[in-house]
Design a protein around this ligand. Structure first.
Ligand SMILES: Nc1nc2c(c(=O)[nH]1)N[C@H]1C(S)=C(S)[C@@H](COP(=O)(O)OP(=O)(O)OC[C@H]3O[C@@H](n4cnc5c(=O)[nH]c(N)nc54)[C@H](O)[C@@H]3O)O[C@H]1N2
Ligand SMILES: Nc1nc2c(c(=O)[nH]1)N[C@H]1C(S)=C(S)[C@@H](COP(=O)(O)OP(=O)(O)OC[C@H]3O[C@@H](n4cnc5c(=O)[nH]c(N)nc54)[C@H](O)[C@@H]3O)O[C@H]1N2
Ligand code: SF4
Ligand SMILES: [Mo]
Length: 886
């Protein structure tokens, strides 16, 4: 490897793409098995992500800067006295699937073995816990038995509740590539709305919300009725088929009944069932539409049942494939840093607790599960938890009922937050703040969705006094051991030392029914750790369950029955999820101007009939509430005709910094799946109506104090910020006082006025605009990009006014080269047919990371009404993109 080259992995999604940092910048690692050089928009913007403007630099206690020694002493004393006064269960930790395996290991050991509580949770509870529980119920162990290579060996890919073209873009491009190589490969998408992913599928079953369990029970019944089950496999390798068979006798599991119930054409449903039945191999990938449900575990098992019954598991190109959300959620699951597992895939049985305590040489060991994420916050409310340490996650944005979480954190006697960004809303509630080393600065291992273990490596120094999370945890562990007067269990020289200890611990699983073991790495040297190349476990290349043997005591997999849920689509309901270019609460992507164009402000999407029914106008603000009496969330109305019926959609990303009070979780209640504890984020009933604001405005410039607003969003455009806002109050000019040197000029539009902020020494006739504020009593649409282009240069007032009042608004398509749909339409205006290559030669469109190619395909998709028959995607498949919603 050339000097100055560092190989690492992407810190965002669970695809786990390899990255190379070399002298030319940050690029995809062509040799990494997960991505073979490709990156998506977020991965391609990592260099900009590292230039985040508000890094946390020093530890502090109650806002006072302190040293690491002082802060870790304070934390250990707080924990020690909480244990002494209220018992170990008064301490809790809330972690993130974005931590590294070493961070997880130290945290788990500290909490379960030294504090003595299993109150250690991670945002994985919000993410894939239903899949974890389904795996444990069916297989006896939390194992994803699949590899990305299976995509190249299958005949059918079913994507359930996953918008992978946006959320796992590199994986989705691999699926697209596999389709190019294998015209027989079919892709089916099962989602309650139409998405970029579903539009590229061969078949989209647009089901009623929560209809997944019924749909897959129907598939199983269809397989049974058509004698397409693998009786040999069922007999030899599974348990419980008879019961399921009995349950499925009811008429409601017949094809027609299911079509009726889920509002899908039964011909389309039969097409899917036939494809599953006749394909020699099939993969069912599932995401949050499955997991984030009050019956998410049952949905997972309904899917797994079909794979077990048809024997489509443990074979090349076949099996259920739970898609991992975060880069190391899988690593956290392996370590077992969750309240419902002890460690290394083991539960709290006496043998496991004894073995683990012996290995850790710890003073105590917890012998029962702790509280799940939502319950931890409830226990704080009940006064049972006194110390909460949050590392690498922002519950105020990501937990349901987020207003309540704010109150809870406000009332917790001691909140400790480790983060990299001062922009995380949760910092506001922290008594103690720890600055963490971020991606590119810290070192460790991660496991991706296909069990490939890769290294994250450092190539930059952490700023200020920021330190890796494992180090902070070890310091606290060490000081707690001193207070407990016991030998130090946290004397780690480096990350490799932690990993060695962890890998050694997994030897407790050999031999045992558990497949998970990294014991071969127990002796890994510092140099081997440093040079580690991505490898999938089991290291001997075995495919999990290939021998028909599972991790249950008798080696048989379980069929598990779950009663299908009733859909609740008769009222307005909120679906929520991700957009292509942002990552979660935006601390790492919000400041990158080329990623912010996709959704400029908090937006609520609905179909055009809904817009009309609600007397709304696109661009206007709507008020969305949980019920009549709860506080509203305001969001801008946009039309998306892919959302059937009364379904609404909002993205999850808007934190306080970027989206004011428009966080969708303020209106989503904390209902969970009882088995997995995962919140049901996807189907919350809401009330929605138009809201008449009395003031609307936009401000472009550098930081400026604005009066408190009912609605506000912020977008970073290179060095300039864009604030959009609205207020129920009738704000006047006096509410926006002029700062010295600023000028106010009347605006030509009705009822509007604008303030142009000029540099003090500008000549009279030519303005040097450094700030621009427009306020009106009606929604304002200005071509902000054009105004931005005019800023910071001398110009005449007239030209600025002309630009400001032109209302062109376009949709960003290509983030890398900032190409909008308008640019594309202009480029093809006089053409009868254009190839993608020609378009790319003109616009560079999609030649950066290529993530937008999916969107381009849809934008230019040939259709009967289309004037431009662009041969971007040859219409080879007659079913392509059809939606089977009635
Ligand atoms: N750009 C981007 N990518 C990301 C992330 C990000 O923040 N930004 N986060 C990562 C993380 S942590 C995760 S967990 C993944 C999530 O990845 P996905 O699961 O693919 O993403 P979501 O947008 O949460 O929603 C998935 C789909 O479920 C559908 N859905 C809702 N209800 C139902 C239902 O009842 N049944 C079915 N079948 N479908 C339903 C929604 O309409 C939505 O299209 O994304 C990862 N990738
Ligand atoms: N309504 C609704 N809500 C949802 C979902 C949904 O689909 N709908 N999805 C859920 C899912 S699947 C997920 S995964 C969650 C995600 O939600 P969160 O985990 O809350 O979101 P992030 O913004 O990723 O939070 C990570 C925090 O860690 C910080 N950070 C980054 N790197 C480091 C580091 O190295 N060390 C430390 N200490 N901190 C670091 C970041 O600045 C940020 O503040 O949201 C959940 N909430
Ligand atoms: S698909 Fe994108 S976000 Fe996910 S790991 Fe790859 S580059 Fe990172
Ligand atoms: Mo997630």
């Amino acid at each position: 490897m050339p000097k100055n080259t560092t190989k690492t992995t992407c810190p965002y999604c669970g695809v786990g793409c390899g990255i190379e940092k070399n002298s030319s910048g940050i690029v995809g690692d062509a040799k990494h098995p997960a991505n073979q050089g490709l990156l998506c928009t977020k991965g391609a913007a990592l260099a900009e992500s590292m230039k985040m403007p508000h890094r946390l630099l020093t530890p502090s206690i109650q806002g006072m800067e302190v040293t690491w020694d002082q802060v870790t002493e304070e934390i250990s004393e707080r924990i020690f006295s909480a244990i002494a006064q209220y018992g170990p269960d008064s301490v809790a930790m809330y972690l993130s699937g974005q931590l590294l395996t070493e961070d997880y290991y130290v945290a788990n050991k500290l909490m379960k073995g030294f504090v003595g509580t299993a109150n250690i949770e991670t945002n994985t509870r919000l993410c894939m816990m239903s899949a974890v529980s389904a795996h444990i119920r069916a297989f006896g162990e939390d194992i994803v038995p699949m590899s990305y290579d299976d995509i190249d060996q299958t005949e059918l890919i079913v994507l359930v509740g996953a918008n992978s073209a946006w959320t796992h873009p590199v994986l989705f491009r691999r699926i697209e590539k596999a389709r190019e190589n294998n015209p027989n490969l079919k892709v089916v998408v099962i989602d309650t709305r139409s998405t970029v992913t579903s539009k590229l599928a061969d078949l989209h079953l647009c089901i009623e919300n929560e209809g997944d369990t019924l749909l897959f029970h129907g598939l199983l019944r269809y397989l049974i009725d058509n004698r397409a089950v693998d009786m040999k496999f069922i007999k030899e390798s599974t348990e419980g088929f008879g019961d399921i068979w009995g349950q499925l006798q009811e008429v409601k599991y017949q094809l027609h009944a299911i079509g009726e119930r889920l509002s899908i054409d039964w011909h389309e449903l039969r097409k899917f069932y036939d494809w599953f039945m006749t394909s020699a191999s099939a993969i069912t990938m599932f995401g949050q539409g499955v997991n984030q449900s009050a019956f998410g575990v049952d949905k997972g098992n309904a899917i797994i049942n079909c794979h077990l019954a048809s024997g489509k598991i443990g074979k090349p190109g076949s099996g259920p494939f739970s898609l991992t959300g975060q880069p190391n959620a899988m690593g956290g699951r392996e370590v077992g840093a969750l309240s419902t597992q002890l460690a290394i895939h083991r539960g709290f049985d006496p043998q496991s607790t004894r073995m683990v305590q012996d290995y850790w040489q710890s003073p105590v060991i917890t012998n029962r599960p702790g509280l799940k994420a939502v319950d931890i916050f409830r226990a704080i409310d009940a006064g049972q938890i006194k110390v909460l340490w949050i590392i690498g996650t922002n519950p105020i944005i990501s937990m349901p009922d987020s207003d309540r979480i704010r109150e809870t954190l406000g009332s917790c006697p001691c909140v400790i937050v480790s983060d990299i960004s001062a922009q995380s809303d949760v910092i506001e509630y922290a008594d103690i703040v720890l600055p963490a080393a971020g991606w590119g600065e810290k070192r460790g291992m991660v496991t991706n969705a296909e069990r490939v273990i890769s290294r994250q490596r450092a190539f930059a120094n952490a700023p200020g006094k920021a330190k890796p999370d494992w180090w902070a945890l070890s310091q606290v562990g060490e000081k707690l051991c001193e207070l407990l007067a016991i030998p130090n269990g946290f004397e780690y020289r480096n990350e490799a030392a932690i990993f060695r200890e962890y890998a050694g611990m997994t030897a407790l699983n050999d031999p045992s029914p558990y497949l998970f073991s990294l014991s071969k790495l127990a002796g890994i040297t510092d140099a081997q750790y440093s040079n580690w190349q991505p490898r999938q476990w089991p290291f001997d290349g075995r495919r999990p369950f290939a021998n028909g043997c599972f991790s249950t005591p008798d080696g048989r997999a379980n069929f598990v029955w779950g009663e299908p849920m009733d859909a609740n689509a008769d009222h307005w309901w909120m679906n929520s999820g991700r957009i292509r270019d942002q990552w979660h609460s935006m601390t790492r992507t919000g400041h990158i101007h080329r990623l912010s164009g996709y959704e400029l402000e908090p937006t609520v999407y609905m179909n055009s009939v809904s817009v009309a029914k609600l007397f709304l106008v696109p661009g206007q603000l709507a008020s969305i509430k949980r019920d009549k009496y709860s506080p509203p969330v305001y969001a801008k109305v946009a039309v998306d005709d892919g959302l059937p019926g009364k379904q609404l959609f909002m993205s999850i990303h808007w934190s306080k910094w970027f989206g004011g009070r428009s966080n969708v979780n303020r209106i989503i209640g904390a209902q969970v799946d009882e088995l997995s504890g995962q919140p049901a984020f996807k189907t919350w009933p809401v009330e929605i109506e138009a809201v008449e604001m009395n003031t609307y405005g936009i401000y472009l410039g550098s930081s400026r104090p604005l009066p408190a607003m009912d609605y506000q969003s912020y977008q970073q455009e290179k060095k300039i910020g864009v604030w959009r806002f609205a207020s129920l109050e009738c704000l006047t000019r006096d509410d926006f006082p002029l700062v010295r040197g600023e000028k106010l000029l009347r605006w030509e539009l009705d009822d509007g006025w604008m303030m142009v902020i000029v540099e003090r020494d500008s000549p009279q006739s030519l303005l040097h605009v450094v700030g621009f504020l427009a306020v009106s009593n009606a929604p304002i649409e200005i071509d902000y990009l054009q105004v931005l282009a005019l800023m910071d240069q001398p110009l005449e007032l007239e030209s600025l006014l002309a630009v400001a009042s032109s209302k062109a608004r376009s949709q960003l398509i290509c983030s890398c080269y900032q190409i909008t749909d308008q640019h594309i339409y202009e480029a093809i205006e006089n053409e009868e047919s254009v190839s993608l290559n020609e378009l790319q030669a003109k616009l560079k469109l999609g030649t950066g990371c290529g993530s937008c190619l999916m969107d381009v395909k849809i934008l230019l998709k040939p259709s009967s009404e289309d004037e431009y028959l662009i041969d971007v995607i040859p219409a080879t498949n007659p079913n392509k993109g059809q939606s089977a919603h009635k």
